[in-house]
Write a protein that binds this ligand. Sequence first.
Ligand code: NAD
Length: 515
Amino acid sequence: MTQVAESRQASAGPTAPGGSESVGHWINGARSAGTSGRSGPIFNPATGSIARQVDFASVADVDRAVAAAAAAFPAWRALSLSKRTEILFRIRNLVEAHRRDLAALLTAEHGKVPSDALGEIARGLENLEFACGVPQLLKGGFSEQVSSGVDVYQIRQPLGVVAGITPFNFPAMVPMWMFGNALACGNTFVLKPSEKDPSASLLLGELLAEAGVPDGVFNVVQGDKVAVDRLLEHPDIAALSFVGSTPIARYIYETGTRHGKRVQALGGAKNHMVVLPDADIEMAADAAVSAGYGSAGERCMAISVVVAVGGVGDSLVSAISERLPRIKVGPGSDASSEMGPLVTREHRDKVAGYLDSGPAQGATLVVDGRSDASFGGAGFFLGPSLIDDVTPDMDCYRDEIFGPVLGVVRVDTYAEALALVNDNPYGNGTAIFTRDGGAARQFQFDCNVGMVGINVPIPVPVAYYSFGGWKASLFGDTHMYGPEGINFYTRAKVVTARWPDPGTSSVDLGFPRTR
Ligand code: NAD
């Protein structure tokens, strides 16, 4: 049994279930209660009850975490690549060993069903595995004899203390997108998770400590805008990675860069799945259902609009709608559940509102998730819902719904489908379903979107590529994780070197040039 498992068994700490316990921070290698006196409720979305409270950091709490990270930075960056890699391998193995504990926390606080929670951990593990390759990733370039007796080489060095601010929908994976590469590159890290499901971050803190991450290298501050604003302006934070909704992403980018920080801020999405007339309709329907309703639609790469091209609308709508009654909606505690609740009652009610506004604005409600047995109880459930005849002027098309509501837009031509994708302010993901390789290749060439699937509905890149949208789905220059993540968390230094050779030395006030 690992040390973390032993301590979790011996004492019901802040991450164990219970009514009034408080989830605090992780600062300098230990749990730390908040000092602000402010806190917020953590719900169990499947029951609707308040399970715990989460401390909201004060400015002083954030400053303690940043001070711990700043103090830990010199020794961590000086640790050899071999030692850092050893620790990264241990982190990877401990997260793998505790994937069920992490998944249980995700189910308890986010509501996602265990298979989905385990899938989230698996995708996060890919990023930790990528970070284990850091010695290879940090190799620089070397040019010998650029001038007589002169060599030039480039090295990449860490930035210092970097921060990550993460959304509710991936409480373990998105932090792993960030901290694996950040630590591997020699930075120290302060994580501000979503206040809706904060407990996974503390378990990650414990696992990192058990893996041998020195105190202060990885810290967690819980909280809200107060904590985020302090991170944005703190003089000792060099860079910020953010994932969340578009309005907050824009705010993070503008405020962070104004304070001189390097910022990558990933925002919201409205992902279109284009179905051409030659597509395999059954396969397209399976994909639309999996990508539209998985994780109750609370994924930034969820399909939220199906674009039916050239007369496939009727058969596609009928194939999707006949699949929906078979989806088992229920709590993650029931092993047969395929789709869990939404994260809060407020969010569930907002999502359900589109089932009224869509038809009021002229759409056709084909499947109403409010008729599912799960709706109306204490938990925040809404059954899978389908709206047909959606047009771009409707709220259910314009807004990122972030729930189990799929819209169908019918168009006549590929050009109309492409215009929908390209006119949309978001550009996170998109997919095309077709048997025509030429059409797929043209779509890949034409679309203004960062991640494209060809007969693949959720094209989240593997960890050795990078993740990022275009347009209002990403603010900043660099995509997240993969090679671009390594670039984001390092800066280049180029060294021009000559070793003493009195025979070639002379004074020359001209601009240096090669000889
Ligand atoms: P959110 O923007 O409400 O919150 C994200 C983070 O910002 C949280 O840590 C939150 O505490 C903080 N925050 C919220 N309001 C703030 C404010 N006014 N000032 C400063 N900080 C604030 O997002 P969410 O509801 O947690 O997550 C869902 C959103 O995230 C969706 O829009 C989804 O598309 C997006 N998302 C995008 C990606 C991506 O990779 N592009 C991935 C996952 C989620």
